[in-house]
Design a protein around this ligand. Sequence first.
Ligand code: GRF
Length: 202
Amino acid sequence: PGLVVLISGRGSNLRALAEAIRQGRLRATLAAVISNRADAPGLNFATEQGIPTHVVSHVGLSRAEHSAALLEVIRPYNPRFICLAGFMRLLAPSFIQAFLHRVVNIHPSLLPAFPGLDAQRQALDYGVKVSGCTVHLVDEELDHGPIVMQSAVPVLDDDTPETLATRILAAEHKTYPAAIERLLYEPWTLEGRRVVFQSAQG
Ligand code: GRF
């Protein structure tokens, strides 16, 4: 099954997905990588790997127009999932509907705590002792859709936003490929907001 990955920057989660595929932990292919920014370092990695890349700039476009442009580029790949990996634009409701329950995001907090920008700083400012990352299905609200998988990490007394982000990022790199592998290969249903896996092990 093919994945299309949407990025805006560094692309370390994209690399983690590629590495998991290489190691056979994620049985999927990277069909394409799309960035809204031409200078996203993650695009260079994708090109090196021989993955088709596209830049779909948001500049001068409304959210609806940008989402329509993305849709047009993505559609021919007919991906099983669209993985948002540090993609810093909101998608229009029409896009979410077109790929219902097929758009997945990773966020650097234990949602519903600390949605939005600067989640690691939000966690430090709040004073939580545990944070982590969340993989979730994307709905029309920011960092809000049904949760697929979460991993927790400790928050240490001497953490800065950067040291906490580094610890969470290591968790992200394990959790994102594992979550996509599960979504692909374990039957699951949505019960209200709950993603329920029906694995034999329970
Ligand atoms: C990650 O922390 C991710 O959770 C958030 O943006 C960051 C992207 O990092 N949505 P990278 O581009 O995957 O390195």
